[in-house]
Design a protein around this ligand. Structure first.
Ligand code: PLP
Length: 747
């Protein structure tokens, strides 16, 4: 059963709120503007909910409008404030917003500031390391401010604003004051009317009401301009027939707040958070919290673990059916740092690897027990994968190739369990700690740390890696190859090298052989998947490029897998046959139709005409095709069953990482199905085997969300196996027992 710890994003709907919404749809379905009895009943319901909201929020004589949610509330408030500022003669006011506000606030300010033609300066109010507003700064700027927007509590960190301090800083200011109350609803007493707050928006779905219903508080006398004009509903302040089922559901939540018994009090919630924090610290030694818990909502924890990306932690937690969220937006290529944590001045690694855990005030002991137990299991799983720096030697022995990608640059770790030796190819400085920890944990010795060439963008990190595992560098050449040997032995595996000058003068390919012969080659930037390597650097040897490619072709043949030094487009590997089909220039060189000088001239023309980013786009192939390619290789669950009937030899491959596979249930699809576990980071190990399958044998990949499996399917297709598929939506869409909304309240 899932443990939902992402309540700051949204919450399930409280059972009594669902019942109220259903009743408003089935029985009391009237339009509150109708004057017949059905309409009057609806109006009475709506008025009752508004009265309750007034009491719960301490709204006094202020106006309370029902609208679609906080984003609409923020738009309405900002439009109202800026329309009023437009009327004022003095036009040099500042528009201020807290640097950690939800994006809806600064975006709304910029939007209406431009649309109303005000073009007033918009400034973020700095926050301190603790996430709280810099009140001295605010005091200084307040006299010139026309609008000040500050949130009551932050959605990422849970940091509670000092509203009394802000109010004092605004004492002599003419500014209108917007307080985003979204994360405070039901968790903090806001006492709206007791403060000089002019506008306060709320969203029902952050506190167990459905999405699509919200509230906006407007102080009695505060300027107001409707965002929606029309039928005159809500006293003509917000036209459009009211969302009665949403209002009824919100009413049930407000009733639960008012009557007590449903939601835990602040002290209980703080004790729950303590337990979760302790469980996290035990599971992930070295973990740091990104905001001082004492200043935060008792339901939010934001943390980072050195050496573990937010994406890794999210995948891990999700496999344990623990739903948390990344404190920073993750894209496939690079984790975007959190602007909230950046504003707080936290170090880069913390802003880029933050994870947020948030629960709602209906949580109870059993829920927290289960959450703590799963956090513990997550920690254990990492230790078994050698990803916990504090627990050396607890892992299962690893074997084969692991691929790491940092901003498009690839690094490979080749491990041999039998001899407990490993080789690293193209080490990246960002990976030194992780690789060293892994090697120490596994107890493997480094047979060599090799570079495929001297890199233009960074010095080799081989010396740091060797130092980190306390191994001497020894007698090696500039690329790390040991003196006096032609072959590096790793148990049954053997590595040889081949000079391929072109991209750089020292470019070298490393050929990996096993008992059956050549398995694959690490070719650095000599042949980027989807394009020729570059040869326009100062240290390039463009005239040698053609001869190098021909030598490589002779050594590896057309179909050997070539593993690149850069992979911007998740191609994983290529072959000369695949590249020749895509690149006439390469085919001409290999067929001897172009001499070295002609080839170099053609390449130079190509490279000079392209900026690096364009070059990368060409190198990655046509990105515009990516969506289509993905769609073409996706299978639904029904599609999988149909394919399985047609092709019983189908392979089903779990491409999640081992620490996830240990935790997550893989789907049941009947007996006799051939299943494999090949983590995406180890995909190159299995590519030759799948490419050798009969052409009609389907290989179906699955993962958590469908992203990694889509990468695997497309990589295999590009290499020529047409029957490569990905399960769309991943395990997230796999039918599982007891995923009903009630589950959230049943634990
Ligand atoms: N303000 C805060 C603090 C929030 O957390 C959110 C939602 O995450 C919003 C505003 C926007 O709310 P909605 O998307 O419900 O309109």
């Amino acid at each position: 059963m899932e443990i939902y710890l992402d309540a700051n994003a949204t919450t399930p709907v409280l059972p009594q709120a669902r019942a109220a919404a259903l009743a408003a749809m089935a029985e009391d379905f009237g339009n509150p503007s109708s004057i017949h009895s059905t309409g009057l009943k609806a109006r009475a319901l709506m008025d009752g909910v508004r009265a309750r909201a007034r009491r719960v929020l301490g709204a006094g004589s202020g106006r309370l409008l029902f609208l679609s949610g906080a984003t609409e509330g923020i738009q309405t408030a900002v439009l109202s404030a800026l329309s009023a500022l437009r009327e004022r003669a003095y036009r040099r006011e500042l528009l201020l917003y807290g640097a950690t506000e939800h994006k809806a606030v600064p975006e709304a300010i910029r939007h209406w500031n431009a649309l109303l033609g005000l073009h007033l300066p918009v400034l973020p109010i700095p926050v301190g390391r603790d996430g709280r507003h810099d009140l001295a700064w605010l005091r200084e700027h307040a006299p010139r401010a026309g609008l000040v927007c500050t949130m009551a509590a932050n959605n990422e960190t849970g940091v509670i604003s000092d509203l009394d301090g802000i109010e004092a800083a605004l004492r002599d200011s003419p500014a209108l004051w917007l307080v985003d109350g979204v994360q405070a609803l039901g968790k903090l007493p806001l006492r709206l009317a007791e403060r000089r707050i002019d506008y306060a928006p709320f969203s029902g779905h952050k506190l167990y009401a459905p999405k699509g219903i919200g509230l906006l508080y407007v102080r009695d006398g505060a300027p107001f301009t409707p965002l929606l004009a029309g039928g005159g509903q809500e006293g003509a302040l917000r036209s459009g027939t009211e969302n009665m089922s949403g209002i009824a559901a919100l009413g049930a939540v407000l009733a639960a707040l008012e009557e007590g018994g449903t939601f835990r009090d602040a002290a209980t919630l703080a004790a729950y958070r303590e337990r979760l924090a302790a469980a996290l610290q035990r599971a992930f030694p070295g973990l740091v919290f990104n905001a001082p818990p004492g200043l935060c909502l008792p339901t939010t924890l934001n943390f980072a673990v050195p050496g573990l990306s937010a994406k890794l932690l999210l995948d891990l937690f999700d496999a344990a059916e623990l739903r948390v969220s990344g404190g920073s937006a993750c894209s496939a290529a690079k984790a975007q740092p959190s602007y909230v944590l950046e504003a707080m001045g936290l170090p880069g690694w913390q802003t880029a690897s933050a994870v947020r855990l948030s629960f709602g005030p209906v949580a109870d002991e059993a829920f927290i027990d289960e959450a703590c137990a799963r956090i513990r299991v997550c920690g254990e799983s990492l230790r078994e994968s050698c990803l916990d720096p504090s627990a050396p030697g607890q892992a299962l022995p690893a074997d084969g190739l692991t691929r790491f990608v940092v901003d498009g640059a690839c690094c490979y770790l080749l491990a041999d369990a039998a001899s407990r030796r490993a080789v690293v190819i193209d080490p990246l400085p960002e990976l030194t700690g992780r690789l060293a920890q892994w090697l120490n944990c596994q107890g493997y010795a480094l047979a060599a740390v090799l570079d495929t060439h001297s890199h233009g963008d960074h010095a080799s990190s081989a010396p740091e890696l060797l130092a980190a595992v306390q191994q001497p560098r020894g007698d090696v050449d500039g690329l790390g190859w040991p003196g006096g040997v032609d072959v590096i032995e790793l148990g049954a595996l053997r590595l040889t090298r081949l000079a391929v000058p072109g991209h750089t003068r020292d470019s070298t390919a490393y050929l990996l052989h096993d008992a059956a012969g050549l398995r694959l080659a690490f070719v650095g930037d000599t042949v980027m998947p989807g394009a020729l390597g570059r040869s326009d650097f100062e240290q390039s040897a463009p005239l040698d490029y053609g001869a190098s490619l021909r030598r490589l072709a002779q050594a590896v043949g057309p179909d050997a897998l070539l593993l690149p030094g850069h992979d911007y487009d998740d191609r994983f590997a290529s072959t000369l046959a695949v590249e020749c089909a895509a690149q006439p220039l390469l085919a001409d060189v290999l067929a001897g139709r172009l001499d070295a000088a002609g080839f170099a001239a053609a390449k130079a023309r190509l490279e000079q005409g392209l900026a690096l980013t364009e070059y990368q786009t060409v190198a990655c192939g046509a990105r515009v095709d990516a969506g289509c390619a993905r769609a073409c290789s996706e299978l639904t669950l029904d599609g999988l069953h149909a394919l399985l009937k047609e092709q019983p030899g189908l392979r089903l491959v779990d491409v999640r990482e081992p620490y996830e596979q240990r935790l997550g249930q893989a789907p049941e699809l009947g007996t006799g199905l051939r299943r494999e576990a090949v983590p995406l980071s180890g995909l190159p190990n299995a590519l030759p085997r799948w490419l050798a399958l009969p052409a009609q044998t389907p290989v179906v990949f699955f993962c958590r969300s469908g992203n990694r499996s889509a990468q695997a399917a497309q990589a295999l297709r590009r290499l020529g196996h047409e029957q490569a598929w990905s399960l769309s939506g991943g395990l997230a869409l796999w039918p599982r027992p007891s995923m009903a909304a009630d589950a959230a309240f049943a634990i």
